[in-house]
Design a protein around this ligand. Sequence first.
Ligand code: SF4
Length: 174
Amino acid sequence: MAEFTLAMRSRRTAKPHPTDRDWPGQSLASMVGRCGANPAFLSDLARVQERIDARIADLQQKCLAGGVCCRFDLTGHRLYLSTGELAILTSEPPPAPGACRKLRCPYQLGSRCMARQRRPLGCRIFFCRIADRASADRIYEQYHHRIRMLHQTHWVPYGYVELTSSIMQLSLGK
Ligand code: SF4
């Protein structure tokens, strides 16, 4: 009976979780700022990123470090990431901010990623040559969902944004 009372009380006093729609009218800078100002969220997200790396290691893919995948002007693909991942990635300024205007990642110098520890899910899972694309896609979906839920659990604004335009926006304080 005591357990039942406790459960009822916690249900009445629990705040409803915000959804993606609960953050209308916020600028990208404000959303990313809220994510970056929540240490518990950042540390949980960093833990999820470690788990992603462990899962990807199971796929036994090798990065040839050619750096082409980070040059979106050449590949034609676009990289999307969550606002929380953007907060982690941009916690240090990009070494080549002007690259965004050419549709290239501003964290790439030569063919090297200068933000390896902080790179988002899309970078971790992408290999130009991959034998098991279906498994990689499944890992992406699974961990993207987990990252999205992490935003809700920690009450930080979730958005899913394109990398180059969002970094340009942030540099303008928008
Ligand atoms: S963060 Fe690193 S891996 Fe991802 S696109 Fe930029 S340079 Fe490439």
